[in-house]
Every structure is written in structure tokens, then in C-alpha cells.
Write a protein that binds this ligand. Structure first.
Ligand code: SF4
Length: 399
């Protein structure tokens, strides 16, 4: 064990038992033009085999971390993808039965499922609710039909409306919508209209992301050949500011750089990440953080299945997080939040005061107005959210 491992083994954060579980469902009906997520178009047989492998992985995780047969308590479960709702109900039944049997899951568990508009109907929603799912996150992206086509989404604006209505009728009290800005030829007027339509549902949570062109996607190819016309940087920044203002006027507080919620509607699962707390993750390409290790699963469905058939965890990479890196992560992730980095939580997680670890970085940023500090926290003033990455990077390699 080297000295950094020794340090990491004593960070109190690394002794916490994860209470959150991410499950990756890597299937979609088709690929959106901007998407580099690990997702595939597949038939029911592939989805069945994947589900069986997933249960094997969850068994290995439970046995590895709870060898005495305890059923670990889960405060949050998040099914992401891909499009989890393209999984046939039979496979959902198997996964839900397994989770209830092998883990401690109850009504207090925040159980989120990502869904695409148009990928749900009465019976799917009714079943999900029966399983214990109590939060849905719909990828609406925009309320402009032409833009939906331009980014390769399969659903229509009517599908968004219908899916949200069905989810409300099915009794889901917690529904979130994802929106995007900076789309090809998108205008500020369009962004305003999409926010207005999203707000019109009266939901408790909305996430808003700027488009990023990722390598290997059709958008990357079209950008290279000059066929993708994205808004200029200034126009994109104006869109973000407009979104922030409109959502906050509608009563949705910006609690994170890309996330807005009514009080009490914040995504508890995602708060686990931003608080730099540990979480289990299962599924092809999923990333987890347990004790002092971050792990990444293999992306290939075939390799995933083969490794699990051989009784092996499907790990692509496993890396030790040193005490220093864990402190940097806590600051960088925490600064994404409106609540900022809590000094008491930092001390409890790392056994070192925030000022002691980063005082020489924090002070100059405060002097320039890029950070604000009070007795128990540091925060990025919301007017500087567009500079968040530049501010966060100052904390790397400095503790
Ligand atoms: S639905 Fe989501 S995961 Fe699937 S291709 Fe589109 S963006 Fe990617």
C-alpha cells in the first residue's frame, strides 16, 4: 500500500456504506444524433439476457460488500440509460422483485426511472408504480417539432404532453422534465417557448442542459463537414441566463447549475453525487464509487454478459481515490450546488477543515468575487455559473 492509499483508507467519507444505487439500462428505440451514452437498439432476447446478467452483477455487489447476508438499505435508486422504459415489463418484474428481495427498499426510497415521451402507456406506468417507482424523469429536450427531428428524437411534442398527463393520472407526484438549449439553429424565442410549455405542467423539477458535441456522434461528423449550425457562444450563454430567470420566476429554484426544483423536490439521488457520497452502480458502462474506489463497468453488452457468466465483476477500470482527490471532488462537485460546499460536511467527510485544505485557492477567488463565503459554506455566486468550470479547475492539484 502506498502512502496515498493509506491516506484514502482513513478518509471518513471512504468508510461510509453506499445508500444509493444507479442501474444502467443500455437500450433505446433509436440513437439520437448527439448521443454518446452507452445505449443500443436491441431485440427482446438481448434485453432478457442483459437483465439476467444485471441480476448476477447485483448479486456479486451485494455479496462483496455485505458478506454476512444483510439486505443493504437503499435511500435512492436511479434507472438511467438509454431508455429504461423500453425494457419489457417481464424484465422489469424480475429486477423489481430482486431489488425488494435482496435490498431494503420501501416507500421512503426515492426510485427514479428515466423515460422518453412516447415510451410509456397506462399499463407500463401502473406497473412501475406497483414496483415502487415514485419519480419519473422524461427527456423532453424541446417543444419545437422541427428541433426534435433535427436532433434525432423519435417523439413529438404531443408525446411529451401525453406522457406527462398519463404519468400524472397514474399518480406519479414527482415528475421531472429534461430540456436542452444550444440546439442547431435554435433561437432564444424557441428556448423561451420550450420553458413556458414545460413550466405549464406545474411540475416540481426541470433539468436544463446545453448541447455538447461529443466525438463519434453524427453531430460531430456534421460539425466537421460544416453541416451543423449551432448558436454562437454568446447566444448560448443568453439562452442559459433566460432559462435560469424564467424557471426561477416560475417558482423553480436553481439548486444546481443545470437543475431547478420546487422546495423538497430536489433529486435526492443526484444530490448523492454532488455531495461526493458513495453509490453502487450496475449495468454495462455504469460508474460506481464505493469506499475508496471508483469503478467503471465494461460497455460492451457481450463482454458484460461473458464476464458475469464467468462469475466475475464486469469491471473495465477500478481506481483508488486518494484522500487528496476525494477532497478535490467534494469541492468541485459541491460548487455545482446553490448550497455550495458545506464546511462541516467537508470536515466530517475528510477529517480536514476546508480552509486548511484549500485556503490558498479560496481566498483569491473570494477577493475577485468569484466565490462567496459565510461561516459554514463557500458558494459560486449564481451570476458566475457560466464560469463554474474555470473556477472549479483552480482546486485541482492544490489541496
Ligand atoms: S434517448 Fe437518450 S440515451 Fe437514447 S439515444 Fe437518445 S439521448 Fe441517447
Amino acid at each position: 500500500m502506498n502512502s496515498q492509499d493509506e491516506l484514502s483508507s482513513v478518509a471518513p467519507l471512504h468508510r461510509l456504506a453506499p445508500k444509493s444505487l444507479y442501474i444502467h439500462i443500455p437500450f433505446c428505440e433509436s440513437k439520437c444524433f448527439y448521443c454518446d451514452f452507452n445505449s443500443y437498439v436491441a431485440n427482446d432476447e438481448v434485453k432478457r439476457d442483459y437483465t439476467n446478467s444485471l441480476l448476477k452483477e447485483l448479486t456479486l455487489i451485494r455479496e462483496a460488500y455485505f458478506p454476512n447476508g444483510d439486505r443493504p438499505r437503499l435511500d435512492t435508486i436511479f434507472f438511467g440509460g438509454g431508455t429504461p422504459t423500453v425494457l419489457p415489463l417481464l424484465q422489469w418484474e424480475k429486477i423489481a422483485a430482486f431489488l425488494h428481495d435482496q435490498f431494503s427498499v420501501d416507500q421512503k426510497t426515492e426510485w427514479t426511472v428515466e423515460a422518453n415521451p412516447g415510451s410509456v402507456n397506462d399499463s407500463v406506468l401502473g406497473e412501475l408504480k406497483q414496483f415502487g417507482v415514485n419519480r419519473l424523469s422524461f427527456g423532453a429536450q424541446t417543444f419545437n417539432e422541427i428541433l426534435l427531428l433535427a436532433i434525432g428524437r423519435l417523439h413529438s411534442v404531443r408525446d411529451i404532453e401525453k406522457s406527462v398527463e398519463l404519468a400524472m393520472q397514474a399518480g406519479f407526484g414527482r415528475i421531472s422534465l429534461d430540456l436542452m438549449f444550444g440546439l442547431p439553429d435554435q433561437t432564444l424565442t424557441d428556448v423561451r417557448e420550450s420553458v413556458r410549455r414545460a413550466v405549464g405542467f406545474g411540475l416540481g423539477h426541470i433539468s436544463v442542459y446545453g448541447l455538447k458535441v461529443e466525438d463519434g456522434t453524427p453531430f460531430a461528423k456534421w460539425q466537421q463537414s460544416g453541416h451543423l449550425h449551432l448558436p454562437e457562444e454568446d447566444a448560448e450563454a443568453a439562452m442559459y441566463e433566460e432559462v435560469r430567470q424564467l424557471l426561477q420566476e416560475a417558482g423553480l429554484m436553481q439548486y444546481e447549475i443545470s437543475n431547478f426544483a420546487r422546495a423538497g423536490e430536489e433529486a435526492r439521488h443526484n444530490l448523492t453525487y454532488w455531495h461526493n457520497e458513495p453509490y453502487f452502480a450496475a449495468g454495462a458502462g455504469a460508474h460506481g464509487y464505493v469506499h475508496s474506489r471508483r469503478y467503471e463497468n465494461v460497455k460492451s453488452l457481450l463482454r458484460y454478459q461473458q464476464m458475469l457468466d464467468g462469475g466475475e465483476r464486469p469491471l473495465e477500470a477500478l481506481s483508488a481515490v486518494t484522500a487528496k482527490e476525494a477532497m478535490e471532488d467534494s469541492v468541485i462537485l459541491g460548487l455545482r450546488l446553490r448550497e455550495g460546499v458545506n464546511k462541516s460536511a467537508f470536515l466530517a467527510h475528510h477529517g480536514v477543515a476546508l480552509d486548511e485544505a484549500f485556503g490558498d485557492v479560496i481566498l483569491p477567488l473570494i477577493e475577485r468575487g468569484l466565490l462567496q463565503e459565510d461561516e459554514d459554506r463557500i458558494v459560486i455566486p449564481s451570476r458566475y455559473y457560466s464560469l463554474a468550470n474555470e473556477i472549479m479547475v483552480r482546486f485541482l492539484g492544490n489541496s
